[in-house]
Write a protein that binds this ligand. Structure first.
Ligand code: AMP
Length: 280
């Protein structure tokens, strides 16, 4: 496995693979890897000749009062995990390497970036879309892998790839969970033991709403379940069209997605579930 810290190093490596017609899968991450990330890596490994994982805590997607400085990092551990998965290259640039030259160009999905989590985190999805565009241009993958856990991020990236005719396939991977149902996240280590014990309430709330017949019923079930946990500070509960993220109401007759953002202490957790309204 090669560790590339510069754009030119990963481009040179990439050129040698392309010359012999090898396909390339990309898994963008912010590091501090867990089994959710590794599930994306395994799928990329199975579907491509070469796999590139990027590790970059992107400052432009963090707001001024967010957790950029305290975002957990452990490069040595990450590299060991990725080596064990048979990854071909890790691209881990510095902030200066990524953003040198005072860039003035941004990429933004003008509607999708301003709704839902985009309202809670202004500028977040613009930061994501811009850095993902840069990572696509630097690594030129055939396929790029993203988790459904970050459902709105996935929608933003799919829209951007479609709107700008980016020549690659976006592949989505279902959320990987801890044994107690908590969606795996690099931020989970920041929870206090009490908050960690309370946090599976997100998954429980989503489970309970799985077969709700209407949007209003699903919303109420989720709110009531979350409210039963005093440590959970509900930031948002949204039920939207699973494809467009447009507002929905009435009976659930086509897939909708329930999107939750809940704070425990100063850690913001998100989770999501597609609800079909069908009886099991
Ligand atoms: P992050 O390092 O948090 O930016 O995540 C990198 C990628 O891993 C994103 O595409 C995430 O959606 C995905 N991911 C994070 N957590 C999970 C999880 N629990 N299950 C599946 N994918 C995940």
């Amino acid at each position: 496995m090669q560790l590339c810290e510069t754009k030119s190093a990963i481009r040179d490596l990439h050129a040698t693979w392309r010359q012999v017609g090898e396909s390339i899968g990309l898994v963008p991450t912010m590091g501090y890897l867990h089994d959710g990330h590794l599930t994306l890596v395994r799928q990329a490994r199975a579907e491509n000749d070469r796999v590139i994982v990027t590790i970059f805590v992107n400052p432009t997607q963090f707001g001024p009062n967010e957790d950029l400085a305290t975002y957990p990092r452990d490069m040595d551990r990450d590299l060991a995990l990725l080596r064990a998965e048979g990854v071909d290259a890790v691209f881990a640039p510095s902030v200066v390497e990524m953003y040198d030259g005072a860039p003035e160009t941004i990429v933004e999905t003008t509607k999708l970036s301003r709704i839902l989590m985009g309202r809670l985190r202004p500028g977040h999805y613009r930061g994501v879309a811009t850095v993902v565009t840069k990572l696509f241009n630097i690594t030129q993958p055939d396929r790029a892998y993203f988790g459904e856990k970050d459902f709105q991020q996935l929608a933003v990236i799919r829209r951007m790839v479609r709107d700008l005719d980016m020549p690659l396939d976006v592949i989505s991977v279902p959320t990987v969970r801890e044994a107690d149902g908590l969606a795996m996240s690099s931020r989970n280590v920041k929870l206090t033991p009490e908050d960690r014990a309370a946090a599976p309430v997100l998954n429980r709330a989503l489970d309970t709403a799985a077969n709700a017949p209407t949007v209003a019923k699903a919303h109420k079930i989720i709110r009531d379940t979350l409210a039963s946990e005093p440590r959970a500070d509900i930031k948002s509960i949204d039920i939207r069209d699973a494809e467009t993220l447009a507002r929905v109401s009435g009976p659930i007759t086509r897939p909708v997605v329930a999107l939750l953002a809940v704070r425990f202490g100063n850690v913001l957790l998100i989770d999501q579930r597609v609800l079909t309204g069908e009886k099991p």
